[in-house]
Design a protein around this ligand. Structure first.
Ligand SMILES: [Zn+2]
Length: 242
């Protein structure tokens, strides 16, 4: 592989960065690796970023960002026009789509915080697209009325403007944190020594690699659009952002 050292994944540090310069590290089937990227690679239920990679004399559309061999891989629309390894480039993400995804992701964490605090139920799964998401809970029953009550509580909490913080902590420390234990921090592979935590201070705290808005006020209004049973102790809620 061309170049050495870890790849700088900027989304992990600053979710509000929309563009960044880097260099082409290596080409792969259907796309390329950069040594420094603003694109979020699909993971943890959050979709990968799309956008553009530009260089002197050319540009290419990025249709997805995934993880390949553990590294962010930019999937391109047309691999016939890829820049050579070493070429300086600028990556520009589709900011509107990413920002909506950030709001959606924070809404999901706030939802899981509310459901645990008020109903003692843990999350069993979840997934999101920009503006819409679903989350499954260890609940015995669910109803339309329950969904409406949760929607009211959730919006009430969001408008309180809880700050969202990104914390990096040692694995040993994370394994002693009750909130992180609840959200199954022990399932993170053992070789991961530093755990990234998203703390919606006072509402929800969990190990997470995704991008979030800085305050729950930015999320806006959320609607619970569907409640359904996916089996015993597994109930699903679908949400939409206004
Ligand atoms: Zn998350």
């Amino acid at each position: 592989m061309a170049g050495s050292g870890p790849i700088e994944e900027l989304a992990s540090q600053d979710a509000y960065l929309g563009r960044a310069e880097g260099r082409v590290l290596e080409l792969g089937e259907g796309g390329l690796f950069l040594d420094r990227t603003v694109f979020y690679a699909r993971g943890g239920g959050q979709p990968g970023d799309v956008g553009l990679i530009r260089w002197d004399g050319g540009e290419i559309e990025v249709v997805d960002t995934i993880r390949r061999e553990g590294k962010p891989f930019h999937v391109v629309a047309d691999e016939a026009v890829l820049p050579d390894p070493g070429t300086p480039v600028e990556g520009v993400i589709d900011w509107e789509r990413r920002y909506l995804t950030m709001k959606t992701h924070t809404a999901l964490h706030a939802l899981s915080g509310v459901i645990f605090r008020d109903f003692g139920a843990k999350v069993t799964g979840g997934n999101m697209d920009p503006g819409v998401a679903r989350m499954d809970f260890e609940l015995d029953a669910i109803s339309v009325e329950f969904g409406q009550a949760v929607e009211r509580k959730l919006n009430e909490e969001l408008t309180k403007g809880y700050p969202t913080e990104v914390i990096f902590m040692a694995r040993s420390e994370a394994l002693r944190d009750p909130d992180l234990i609840r959200t199954k921090v022990n399932l993170i592979p053992e070789w991961v020594e530093e755990i990234r935590v998203i703390d919606i201070v006072g509402l929800d705290r969990q190990a997470d690699g995704g991008t979030h808005v800085a305050s729950t006020l930015e999320v806006g209004e959320v609607r619970v659009v569907k409640t359904e049973s996916k089996g015993k102790a597994n109930k699903r809620m679908r949400i939409e952002l206004s």
